[in-house]
Design a protein around this ligand. Structure first.
Ligand SMILES: Cc1ncc(COP(=O)(O)O)c(C=O)c1O
Length: 390
């Protein structure tokens, strides 16, 4: 028993867990305040070191473990975690762009990234311009003296077009433009961005890494230490830390990431083939399908396809009928995002996904194929097609 008064005993405990306590999980370290053994250690803290703990906002052993694992999976060296995928995009923009700079975004970019470019960045004196994601080497025509950053999205998460990444990187490098990829679709597993010369890989861990449709988180991964430090300084200034419980949920899901991805991919292929046979369907915008613009780049650069793809419908099928088909689905839920166990369907328009639509397109539905049995999902599609289109 301690000889301290109750109020002191309520605050302090003498017990520390043994260093050799064995468990297969990562401990959840909750911390705002992080204590130092002495004043000299407090004064010697160095924000550049990712494994130095000085305040819970910047790192705990739980978040440090997760950031290392994400960097390792993606083939990078450094990862910063942010509270959402969108804040990871904003972190890259705000860290690297200054008044007078220009950022190039693909025309089919994740829409909130476009909104950031057209609103806040513009207000800060930064201009955002949009390039054809299929421009390849012709993107050189878009480079201006003040172009500092080029975003790549592969594939575009609604239109599914796959860019020629090495060509875009070649042009960017020739003009000293930094490249950043939104690598969310591939989960950092099916595309190795640093092997293709990309400088920064951003992901919404919200999707496949979480796998539970229940956590929001983003990651920004780099190889080069100086770029990481530039990003980290802004990360610190904006206070973009993540909580240890969310980091733990990610760590808990990571071991099954590859198995889940393969299952999503196999089931999605079954459904994609079924959809392609339907007379109502025009284009199968699945990267593994020759219908999909840039399919040859997917074959060359990617190692898989996961569960997310789109289809366009014949131009004579009205939006109302497409909406009715989606409403009639029973297993597929209507909702944004992807990566969880439940299948999802969302109607979009190509005009919403892209300002310049490169081909004749009817309405579009994006499907995310979850972990249900594909035969049940096909039965669900079949009854919804019959109800809406018969
Ligand atoms: C391609 C892509 N990037 C980034 C994000 C943003 O992720 P979050 O929802 O975690 O902000 C999303 C979310 O839907 C996305 O689809």
């Amino acid at each position: 028993m301690s000889d301290k008064k109750l109020s002191t005993g309520l605050v302090h405990t003498a017990y520390t867990p043994p260093a050799n306590f064995g468990s297969l999980t990562t401990p959840i370290h909750h911390a705002s305040t992080v204590t130092f053994p002495n004043v000299a250690a407090m004064r010697a803290r160095d924000w550049r070191r990712d494994d130095q703990y000085s305040y819970g906002l910047t790192a705990t052993p739980t978040t440090y473990t997760l950031q290392n694992r994400i960097a390792e999976i993606e083939g990078g060296r450094h990862t910063l975690l942010t509270p959402s995928g969108l804040s990871a995009i904003a972190l890259v923009d705000l860290a690297l762009l200054r008044a007078g700079d220009e950022v190039l975004l693909p025309d089919n970019v994740y829409n909130p990234s476009r909104e950031l470019g057209d609103s806040m960045l513009r207000d800060f004196g930064i201009s955002a311009r949009y390039y054809d994601p299929l421009a390849g080497l012709h993107v050189a025509d878009m480079i201006a003296p003040n172009t500092r950053l080029m975003w790549i999205e592969a594939p575009g998460s609604v239109s599914m077009e796959i860019p020629d990444i090495p060509a875009l990187v070649k042009v960017a490098k020739a003009h000293a433009v930094i490249t950043a990829i939104d690598n969310t679709w591939s989960a950092g597993v099916m595309l190795r961005p640093f092997d293709l010369g990309i400088d920064i890989s951003m992901q919404a861990l919200t999707k496949y890494q979480s796998g539970g449709s229940d956590v929001l988180m983003g990651a920004v991964t780099t190889v080069e230490a100086s770029l990481h430090e530039e990003l980290k300084q802004t990360h610190n200034r904006l206070g973009l830390g993540v909580g240890p419980d969310d980091a733990y949920l990610m760590l808990r899901s990571l071991p099954t990431l590859e198995v889940r991805l393969r299952r999503h991919e196999e089931s999605a292929m079954v459904l994609a083939r079924w959809l392609k046979e339907r007379p109502e369907v025009n284009l199968l915008l699945h990267p593994a399908s020759p219908d999909c613009p840039g399919h040859e780049f997917w074959e060359r650069d990617f190692h898989g396809a996961g569960g997310l793809f789109s289809v366009t419908f014949q131009p004579d099928i009205t939006q109302a009928k497409i909406d009715a088909m989606v409403d009639a689905l029973q297993l597929f839920q209507i909702g944004f995002s992807w990566g969880g166990a439940a299948s999802l369907a969302v109607p979009y328009t190509m005009k919403g996904a892209r300002s310049a639509v490169p081909w004749e397109a009817g309405g579009l539905v994006r499907f995310y194929v979850g972990l249900e049995h594909p035969a049940d999902l096909i039965a669900d599609l079949e009854q919804a097609f019959t109800l809406a289109f018969a």
